[in-house]
Ligand binder design. Structure first.
Ligand SMILES: CC(C)(COP(=O)(O)OP(=O)(O)OC[C@H]1O[C@@H](n2cnc3c(N)ncnc32)[C@H](O)[C@@H]1OP(=O)(O)O)[C@@H](O)C(=O)NCCC(=O)NCCS
Length: 493
């Protein structure tokens, strides 16, 4: 997982994931950032997730291979900097400079940081494998967040690959997530073939949007407010609140941490060439209230028009979204406007005179979700229609295994019940399923992919991955799981 930062909270449900947020004494920049002014996480977890003991099974299995699996104290600079070195190396990033390390120490102080050490290696202080994780919210259709466990920094040194180290780490992360009370675990993946075996599945896509600046003539409505070009640093105060509101409008976003904004706004190393190139635009509504912002850069060759690229646009209202897009696609002396990690349902084609001015590529999986507690995960979203449905979920690792009944009222709120415990795998066949006629049979991965509405159950049925136990159930499932807004994760983490 490339490491950038993250987001959520919800307009209706701030602090819904409070139960797994640490109340430890260290910095709480990230979690606190997204709370409404004056609020504190009331139900903070009774232990500090960053320092609770490591998973015993992983400790034993790695120990049997001569490896030490241990927590890294981010306040111990020597230990953390060595960990960071391993992490950066695995992801092919340059060796971090002191200024980067200062930033990373702040960011990772919010996480549970783990290393695997080989005392026989040339640098025994540098881990041969890394992982970091933290509790956070994942925004669901309807605007609430569900308790989630974000996993990042999964790496194994080239000298130690394919010996089962990543497997030991990933299985331990699932146990840690359950212990923390998370309903789902989630990650972004460098390669799409790694995490399915642990029950993760694509749950929200993203794409790169290219706009041909010369063909882009605005035909959308004028926004009632106006945009301002601002000093990126001036957004530091208001950005968290805007992002929190933006996230609550979109399923699939995760709680952002302050570290992300500092990177996006070029504040980590303000004098670097990259940071000095960052431009920021803010949208204020007709009452002068900020409702969104975007940060972008223009790169160009001498005497040639440039390419305007952005990977961060946070809009708390539709007006803000339109106005920010408009400002970006109307910047002059630019050939192309390129939006990275954009949603698959951007309104932009409907705002330009010539929708063919837009091309989309790099469309693909982005957020991966692993359901751990189907009752909590399903119960936290609003559904697209009323109805009843039974989901017979197969989970080889057991966490989400069982039969679940959804009763969804007309307003999309669901009562979710586990009606049968999972029989063992050998009995997971006909007897149970025939008793529970009706509904769908599916695996935990398919459940993760339909959870936020990214893919229709009927599409997975066409792919032979979801099975209808009684006629009509797929149609009901399609209506229920539909999300008014396509899920979208706008960052890497
Ligand atoms: C991906 C990575 C962490 C795997 O570590 P590892 O210790 O070699 O993995 P393991 O030996 O535990 O392998 C576990 C399983 O995953 C499979 N696997 C591992 N890496 C894989 C890859 N890149 N693609 C597909 N499958 C992979 C293994 O074949 C094994 O399968 P099995 O147990 O079902 O037979 C390591 O290659 C790495 O650090 N890559 C660079 C950084 C990176 O991309 N990290 C992932 C961040 S999202």
């Amino acid at each position: 997982m490339p490491r950038v930062g993250v987001a959520s909270g919800s307009a209706q449900d701030h602090g819904v994931h409070a139960r797994i947020v640490s109340s430890g004494g260290a910095r709480h920049e990230a979690s606190a950032l997204w709370l409404p002014r004056g609020r504190r996480y009331a139900g903070a977890m009774p232990f500090d997730f960053r320092s609770s003991p490591v998973d015993r099974a992983a400790e034993v299995s790695l120990g049997a291979r001569g490896l030490e699996y241990r927590l890294v104290d981010t306040a111990d600079h020597a230990a953390f900097d060595a960990w960071s070195q391993a992490d950066n190396l695995a992801f092919h990033h340059p060796r971090p400079r002191e200024i980067d390390l200062e930033h990373e120490r702040r960011v990772f102080a919010e996480r549970r940081v783990i290393g695997v050490y080989d005392s026989t290696s040339a640098r025994p202080d540098v881990p041969v494998a890394t992982v970091s994780s933290w509790p956070t919210g994942l925004s669901m259709p309807g605007g609430r967040s569900v308790d989630a466990w974000a996993v990042s920094s999964v790496s194994v040194a080239p000298t130690h690959r394919r010996r089962g180290i990543a497997r030991a780490l990933m299985e331990a992360e699932l146990r840690d997530a359950v212990a923390a009370g998370a309903a789902v675990a989630m990650l972004t993946a460098t390669e799409a073939t790694i995490y399915g075996r642990f029950g993760y599945s694509p749950a929200a896509r993203a794409a790169t949007v290219h706009v041909d600046r010369r063909r882009a003539r605005w035909s959308g409505p004028d926004a009632p407010g106006r945009t301002h070009l601002v000093d990126p640093a001036s957004l530091r105060e208001i950005a968290p609140q805007l992002v929190r509101r933006a996230v609550a409008r979109t399923p699939g976003e995760v709680d952002r941490w302050g570290g992300l904004l500092d990177r996006v706004l070029g504040l980590v190393d303000p004098e670097s060439a990259g940071s000095r190139a960052v431009r920021a635009v803010r949208y204020d509504d007709e009452h002068g209230e900020p409702q969104g912002f975007a940060a972008y850069r223009v790169t160009r060759n001498p005497n040639e028009p440039g390419v305007l690229e952005f990977d961060f646009l946070a809009a708390a209202t539709d007006d803000a979204e339109r106005a920010l897009w408009r400002t970006l696609v109307e910047v002059d002396f630019v050939d192309e406007v390129r939006g990275l990690l954009r949603s698959v349902d951007e309104p932009l084609p409907w705002l330009l005179d010539d929708p063919r001015a837009i091309a989309v590529d790099h469309l693909g999986d982005h957020l991966w979700v692993r359901v751990l507690d189907p009752v909590a995960a399903l119960g936290s979203r609003r559904f697209g229609a009323g109805g009843t449905l039974t989901l017979d979920v197969d989970d080889p690792l057991g966490y989400a295994h069982g039969v679940f009944e959804l009763e969804v009222s007309g307003d999309g709120r669901a009562e979710v019940r586990k009606v049968e415990d999972a029989p063992d795998a050998s009995a997971a066949g006909s007897s149970r399923r025939s008793r529970r006629a009706g509904g769908l049979r599916l695996g935990v991965r398919e459940l993760g992919s339909i959870l936020l509405g990214d893919v229709a159950p009927s599409l997975l049925a066409r792919a032979g991955r979801v099975h209808e136990s009684s006629a009509g159930s797929l149609e009901v499932a399609d209506r229920l799981f539909r999300s008014a807004r396509a899920p979208h994760l706008s960052i890497w983490f």
